[in-house]
Design a binder for this molecule. Sequence first.
Ligand code: NAD
Length: 499
Amino acid sequence: MEKKIYKNYINGEWVESASGCTFEDRNPADNREVIGEFQRSNPEDVKRAVEAAKNAYDKWRLYPAPKRAEILFKAAEILVKRKEDFAKQMTQEMGKVLKETRGDVQEAIDMTYYMAGEGRRQFGQTTPSELPNKFAMSVRQPMGVCALITPWNFPMAIPSWKLMPALICGNTAVFKPATDTPLSAYNLVKACEEAGIPKGVVNFVTGTGSEVGGPLMKNEDVKLVSFTGSTVVGRTVSETCAPTFKHTNLEMGGKNAIMVMEDANLDLAIEGAIWGGFGTTGQRCTAASRVIVHKKVYQEFAEKFAARAKGLKIGNGLDPQVEMGPSINDSQLKTVISYVEIGKKEGAKLMTGGNRLVKGDYIHGFFHEPTVFAEVDPQMRIAQEEIFGPVVALIPCDSLQNAIDICNGVVYGLSASIYTQDVNKAFVAIRDIYTGIFYVNSSTIGAEVHLPFGGTKQTGNGHREAGTAALDVFSEWKTVYVDYSGKLQKAQIDDLNIS
Ligand code: NAD
């Protein structure tokens, strides 16, 4: 790929950062390969971008939503046309295998079409008033400038979950992508530009969390910060925005579990656990990093699962045979390595993996063996903390209730699943697992854009992305009463006499 210098997009123009500096975007499968150079922006760029978004807001909010939708619709069509190129660039930029990056782009396409559809919906309520000659309804109103801060693991899908609902509701946006994946973010913004988004409505500023993300969320013209990332940074966003009650929508970490009951279809459960544990190299917020297995089938499950993990083909995600790519960067790889050491010290049984891959070309990337720990106690750190890598903890259990308690016994609450042939067990789990997403006879991953997405406890702050739930993040309700009686009427006080 030709090395290129990419710019920020502010007020409808591609511009260099005020800092005059850039940073490199490198391939985690082969760190010698530079994908491109991006602007290392600073607070001055943020200020300009927010100003542009603020100035564009009135025009955009007054532009009819079905017309906004037409622009989104065009953007979706552009994404469809470029899907293969964008997927390849994403694999080069962040390492996940091509079939997964195609899925990532597809999710952005789905979300963009879906939110275009909301241009003709965004339904409110009309309802009878308790007083005569009075009309009551609720309508959605946009909020202003939204700051969108996103992680690297779904570099086009997650930005689309924020940008498209923000736009269709009539907000303008300043988008700061993760430093590891600016190219996929650029591709999404470029599609919006080509679709005809008016100047200032979408602004794109690349750079670090401290130089761009911090000033962005502190800017008083920003009305909402929609953040997806780690719980640690999410807490900072929450604390920073609290004094002014700035709205925040926080989607954070997970420690998701698959529960495998004694009556489960084991082969199906193993495939689900492999996909959940090692898909995206374990770097999904919904990754199944814990598998809680009934002791009656535990031994068989553990042996087959570890063998299957050991056989996974690791390498560059552009190779169609490859099943698992690298970790995103050196720091993430070091985290994985350190948790493997923690697991060993805690006394968990290492069944397979446990090492960085260093032979041949692997040394130029951040590759780690798929790793399975067995006999894991639910309180061990490897069973409690988000590792965000190809490390799965197998935890034995002796009943459904025991599995539910273990599954719920972490600070996160994003996703969980159960494998069972018993509908009664499935429904008890559906009721008693406290997560935002739950699957039956399927892995912990696989969200669809028209349903709410998000988590409980320290995974989120009560909001949901995707579906109509996203509209609740990016708009506020206005309740409207129209009194056409021509006199002062008092709700709850006037006595209406029917006789
Ligand atoms: P991160 O928290 O390190 O970074 C997320 C974003 O915040 C990046 O754009 C980063 O530059 C920015 N940022 C960092 N420090 C900041 C600061 N002080 N002020 C403002 N912005 C700052 O997360 P990551 O490593 O990019 O992503 C991995 C994490 O994201 C995992 O914890 C994963 O579970 C989580 N995640 C959650 C969901 C979800 O929907 N719940 C989805 C995907 C990823």
